[in-house]
Design a protein around this ligand. Sequence first.
Ligand code: ATP
Length: 275
Amino acid sequence: MNNLQDQGISGVPIEIEGVSKIFGPELEKPFRALKEVTLSIKAGEFVSVVGASGCGKSTLMLMVAGLLQATTGRISVDGKPVTKPLTDVGIAFQDHLLLEFRTAMQNVMLHADIRKLPRRQIEERAKDLFAQLRLERAMDKYPKQLSGGMRQRISLIRSLVHDPSVLMMDEPFGALDALTRLQVRMDLEALWMRRRPTVLFITHSVEEAVGLSDRIIVMSPSPGEVVDDIRVELERPRPITLGDAPEFGAYVDRIHHHFERLGVLHGMGKLPQHA
Ligand SMILES: Nc1ncnc2c1ncn2[C@@H]1O[C@H](COP(=O)(O)OP(=O)(O)OP(=O)(O)O)[C@@H](O)[C@H]1O
């Protein structure tokens, strides 16, 4: 066991150094999606990326996952350069992508089947995750018998069942109603706190980013650049009523202020200034 495991942290560090992405460099009009992104993410940190639509958030995530090559710069995960798709990773998208002809449990076990992982051990962990999310009764149901929030939480269980050291989520709760979104946010925090994988979380919701993150990376509109790196010093687990805390409002305002300055948001009045 290493020191981090002693502390119950299963995550690994991610280093992104001077990473740019140009789509179609061979074309007459190449498109620069990301410009010189440098980020150092600690093992077990929960990091959100917020920014205007099209600023390159998904592009960045795909490059870290090894699914897309950076044009310049270097990315390493757990000290190793990313040169091919990561395997020790869980991925969840807005679309839950559950197979309709498999039950919830069978969907979750897909990982074990594909990756030939020890089935009994993974099934135990899956049952434990279903129980933690109060979804035991959904285990043998098919996706069409479940609500959108349940389907998304099952997708969350699937992304965590193999105990990955990195969890990547691209707008996972985008299609949910506000109440379900709040529930899933708290469920995600609880699951993350148990094993502390390193999380890269992409969201359009500033409130969700503040609710979940240790750090929030604010990106400029295309080509995406890091304009702020905010450490969120709010105690965990964060309560349902977090939105009432003045510090919460200050973080949200700070990000909105960037968006107003960058022309992503257009307000009528003046927003308060933050350091
Ligand atoms: N394969 C590609 N070829 C050319 N351009 C691309 C490609 N993939 C993405 N882009 C462009 O790169 C930019 C960044 O895309 P990306 O999907 O990373 O943005 P995003 O911030 O995740 O957007 P959203 O919040 O809307 O999901 C966009 O302008 C997009 O059109």
